[in-house]
Design a binder for this molecule. Sequence first.
Ligand code: A2P
Length: 324
Amino acid sequence: MSLPKYFELANGDRMPRIGFGTWQASDEVLEKAVDAALESGYRHFDSARAYENEAALGRALRRWIGDNPARRNELFVVTKLPPGGNRPDLVPEYFNASLKDLGLDYLDMYLMHTPFAFEHVPGDLHPKSPDGSMRVDLSTDLIAVWKAVLKLREGGAVRHVGVSNVNEEQLARLCAVERPACLQVEVHALCQQPALLTAAARLGVPVVAYSPLGSKALADALAEKTGRSYPSLLSLPAVSRAAAAHARAPAQVLLRHALQRGLAAIPKSTNPARIQENISVWDFELSESEMAELGALDRGEDGRICDFSFFQGIEKHPEFPFKK
Ligand code: A2P
């Protein structure tokens, strides 16, 4: 089975289906990792204002572009509107700040990062009350924010806009205004999101899987905080069996599973060998029975890692997307 390496977007632009994730990497480590990713052939880079590392990503990308501006067109750069910017009047300000930090003339994709919102506090992307709970802005008008995000394209500084972390009902509501160019959500072997993916396919929205390898750093942090245990995706027996059968690494099996389900995926690594491994997933194929075995690993809502419980009190927001 030869799989397309790109999502074809509305104007003919192509979004590579393996992208490079950048969450939770410090500036210096990230710059080196991005250098390695570019060297390995990655051209799709996923960032977010909330990750607070756009400047480091931008430095590495600009270094690679050098004095050859044509190279910019080879890249597909994504960043996201932070939850503190989920008010229509604030959208241009947050967008311009991202563009400035990345040091680029335009973005390929800009996503609404979450349907819920924090208060807008200049200089603080994660504002908290003294008791540690998030300062949540309960007045979010999701459709008005989406319309403001859509409007960004008029200035030409962003080519495509999309959403992240929304549920089926929210996706349908946004599509009634205009279909997002992509939906980025957590999807992996333990959290396969069949209903959301079916809804996205019906609505014609391509899906990008984040945490495709199980986001170990986040899982470890949450395990320490909550006592909940998060199985390692990389050592699940069905994953190990398929890896052994194809003489591949477990991470490659997980990524191939996502690709054969029709998704794009944005694995994160700071290790050059693993960075290379994660993009070398085009020359083998999981069988129907392997796909079925991997499919049976789904734990539904219990498999979700990024449930935003690290934002204390966020479930009170009327647009909180997950089951409470
Ligand atoms: P490292 O950066 O040391 O490679 P996700 O993309 O789901 O957020 O997962 C990222 C985590 O998976 C990081 O801890 C990363 O560690 C690890 N990782 C990334 N690629 C691989 C790989 N090919 N094999 C094993 N672990 C990997």
